[in-house]
Design a protein around this ligand. Structure first.
Ligand code: C2E
Ligand code: MG
Ligand code: MG
Ligand code: MG
Length: 279
């Protein structure tokens, strides 16, 4: 019997090795058909303001419901989409879906922001601002409720196109957040001239609250700096009440994390917004 188990384990191991590149190849191949076949789903994670106790926003997070491989998380295919350029149509799809969903929530009485992640290739498209304006126009979303999340890499890139792009997005009324703030190991001087609204403190810092005083000093500094620069600050990945209380005591009341809400389909998010379910 032990021999059988050993054999099974051996088979699993070799399959696994061969699957690594094969799986990626399949994803690259199938990504081209996934949009037409509507295999993507957008899940929404509500964001809370502990000061008011209410939801003030939701982040749109894509998932790929692959017909044979099941639900594939964005961590596995967004980088492939970025490499192959497929991120541009995928990103358009997310933006359109998320904006029209937000309009439904607004009509139902929940005036919350919608957060949409922008990858570098999407951000640096020439037609980015026009595309976004078109989607806002077609969906009827008030631009002030669109919160575009950019990577720290985009934010600190001193390529000449970055600041004008950001400025134009803010001119049309959209908000800009820097996602996963603090993970880029960058100089902070780039922040002084950047037209942005919000820093989202990376989950890596939040998960170490209560375990590491140096980490806590960094969180305190980020919150303090955001205040001094006139920026909003949001904590990502809040999982425990201890973390939430720690952040609140430092003056950071906006939070996103499993403690408050897990990413869920739009139909569930509507129920959450009405207080009918809590997930
Ligand atoms: P992100 O933008 O930083 O999104 C937050 C991620 O943290 C989400 O993972 C969310 O499910 C997860 N999360 C939220 N709260 C908690 C928590 O309390 N604990 C833990 N352990 N995790 C939490 P997800 O959905 O797997 O997305 C991963 C990343 O994929 C996103 O990170 C974002 O960078 C990218 N992504 C997702 N959707 C899109 C999209 O539509 N376009 C682009 N360009 N990137 C996307
Ligand atoms: Mg994000
Ligand atoms: Mg993030
Ligand atoms: Mg992240």
């Amino acid at each position: 019997k032990a021999k059988d188990q050993g054999k099974n384990r051996y088979c699993f191991y070799t399959d696994d090795l061969q699957e690594l590149p094969a799986r990626k190849l399949v994803l690259v191949r199938d990504l081209h058909r996934a949009i037409e076949k509507e295999e993507f789903e957008i899940h929404y994670q509500l964001q809370i303001d502990r000061r008011s106790g209410g939801y003030y926003g939701a982040e749109a997070l894509i998932r790929w419901n692959h017909p044979s491989m099941g639900m594939i998380p964005p961590g596995e295919f967004i980088s492939i989409a970025e490499e192959t350029g497929m991120i541009v149509p995928i990103g358009d799809y997310v933006l359109r879906e998320a904006c029209s969903e937000a309009v439904k929530w607004h009509k139902a009485g929940s005036k919350i922001k919608i957060g949409v992640n922008l990858s570098p290739k999407q951000f640096y498209q020439h037609a980015l601002v026009e595309n976004i304006e078109k989607v806002l126009d077609q969906t009827g979303l008030d631009p002030r409720f669109l919160d575009l999340e950019i990577t720290e890499g985009i934010a600190m890139n001193d390529y000449l196109g970055t600041v004008p792009h950001l400025s134009r997005l803010r001119q049309i009324g959209a908000k800009i957040s820097i996602d996963d703030f603090g993970t880029g190991y960058s100089s902070l001087s780039y922040l002084t001239n950047l037209p942005i609204d919000t820093l989202k403190i990376a989950r890596e810092f939040i998960s170490r609250i209560g375990k590491d005083p140096a980490n806590e000093a960094i969180i305190a500094s980020i919150i303090n700096m955001a205040g001094n620069l006139g920026l909003e600050v949001v904590a990502e990945g809040v999982e425990t009440e201890n973390q939430a209380v720690f952040l609140e005591n430092l003056g950071c009341s906006k939070m996103q994390g499993f403690l408050f809400s897990r990413p869920a389909r739009a139909s569930i998010t509507s129920l959450q917004l009405n207080g009918e379910v809590r997930i």
